[in-house]
Design a protein around this ligand. Structure first.
Ligand SMILES: [Zn+2]
Length: 379
């Protein structure tokens, strides 16, 4: 137990506020090289990334995660300094203990014990680490390194990935994420014609123009979801027009909405439906789309079976398989045919002041990672 705490203490001390790594990865690389891993850096400033690998054979299990953390925020809200690990009543406090330096410490310990006993290993163990997960620089992070590795032919037919995102709700392993919904954002501009409210015949009011389309967008029933995903939803997040005075018809309107979608939809099926509504109502709009992530799902396979079996045997309880929550870097990994799931600490305090994790949960997490690697990679 002291081993993982000491590792976490060192990881927390790096003030790696996104997208900066602040030395966390150099520390991890030194640790992994000492275990016999080969490490390669794939930096894409301002983001740092690295890939580490032990072994040459199939299958390959990747431990994936991020060294960046969100800012500490208001320091007076913290009971202890955020970049120092503190323990109280069995809980560990510090920025990133749950999201996700605790997972990184658990992965390093798991790798150490795995490598020490892995004489008959048939597979390889890898680390896929970025500092660009929490902020807006994610393009320089996981997508950059995964694409580079795929181009080099690093991934085997059988490559598995465990992302250490905090997936658990009450106790470690009670929930694993087997996928995530897709996320698509639309930014819309409607150009009308500004004018005097008393002379509407000489103006085009974009608020009136969009009103019927808004209703369709807000009430459209996209799908019922499926066995793994809740129904697709659209939420309007921003609408702006006018403010020019009580007697002015505005000349322009801005609108933004986001769609969280299940595997029952594709980004193009959503775009087609939205564009059809505008057309149907005769509203001309400039629509720019941003695809934040396509949905991914690992509904079956050896990694999932192994993970469920290991958790059930260790915790005496079968984990809930879920696709809830925001997007994760799994969206960039799964499209390469890599069986991907997320297993990490309890997520109750992530991104908050006094972020914390139960010490015994971290030890348990290291055990789970180790047992999964052993079951998956050893004969
Ligand atoms: Zn995270």
């Amino acid at each position: 137990m002291s081993e993982i705490i000491s590792l976490l203490e060192q990881l927390i001390a790096f003030e790696s506020v996104t997208p900066y790594d602040a030395g966390t990865q150099a520390f991890m690389i030194r640790y992994l090289e000492a275990l016999g891993f080969t490490c390669e850096v794939y930096n894409h400033p301002p983001v740092s990334n690295f890939f580490a690998r032990w072994g040459t054979r199939e299958p390959l299990l990747l431990f994936a995660g991020h060294t960046d953390v969100v800012a500490a925020g208001d320091l007076s809200a913290w009971h202890t300094p955020p970049f120092e690990l503190h323990e109280k009543d069995g809980m560990l406090y510090g920025r990133g203990v749950a999201d996700m330096k605790g997972s990184l410490a658990a992965m390093l310990i798991a790798a150490k014990h795995f490598v020490a006993e892995a004489s008959e290993t048939i597979g390889s163990l890898g680390f896929l680490i970025t500092s660009g997960e929490e902020g807006d620089d994610f393009d320089c992070g996981t997508p950059h390194i995964v694409t580079a590795l795929a181009n080099q032919g690093c991934f085997h037919q059988k490559t598995y990935c465990i992302l250490g995102e905090p997936s658990s709700t009450e106790a470690v392993g009670d929930m694993i994420k087997i996928g995530r919904r897709g996320s698509l954002t639309a930014t819309i501009r409607i150009v009308g014609k500004q004018g005097h409210v008393a002379y509407p015949q000489f103006a085009i009011n974009p608020i009136h123009e969009i009103s019927s389309v808004l209703h369709c967008l807000a009430t459209h029933s996209w799908d019922e979801g499926n066995a793994y995903f809740p129904p697709t939803t659209l939420q309007i997040t921003h609408i702006h027009a006018g403010g020019l005075g009580g007697n002015v018809i505005p000349g322009e309107l801005g609108l933004q909405f986001n769609v969280r979608y299940s595997t029952e939809q594709t980004d193009s099926s959503i775009r087609d439906q939205v564009e059809a509504y505008f057309k149907e109502h005769g509203v001309t709009a400039e629509i720019s789309w941003r695809l934040n992530g396509t949905p991914f799902l690992t509904s079956n396979g050896r990694l999932l079976d192994t993970t469920v079996n290991v958790i059930t045997a260790t915790k005496n309880k079968t984990p809930i398989l879920s696709t809830t929550g925001g997007t994760s870097d799994g969206r960039f990994i799964a499209p390469f045919g890599i069986e991907t799931l997320e297993l990490g600490p309890v997520n109750k305090t992530i991104h908050q002041a006094n972020e914390c994790v139960l010490k015994s949960d971290l030890v348990c997490l290291a055990n789970l990672y180790y047992s999964i690697a052993k079951a998956l990679l050893q004969p």
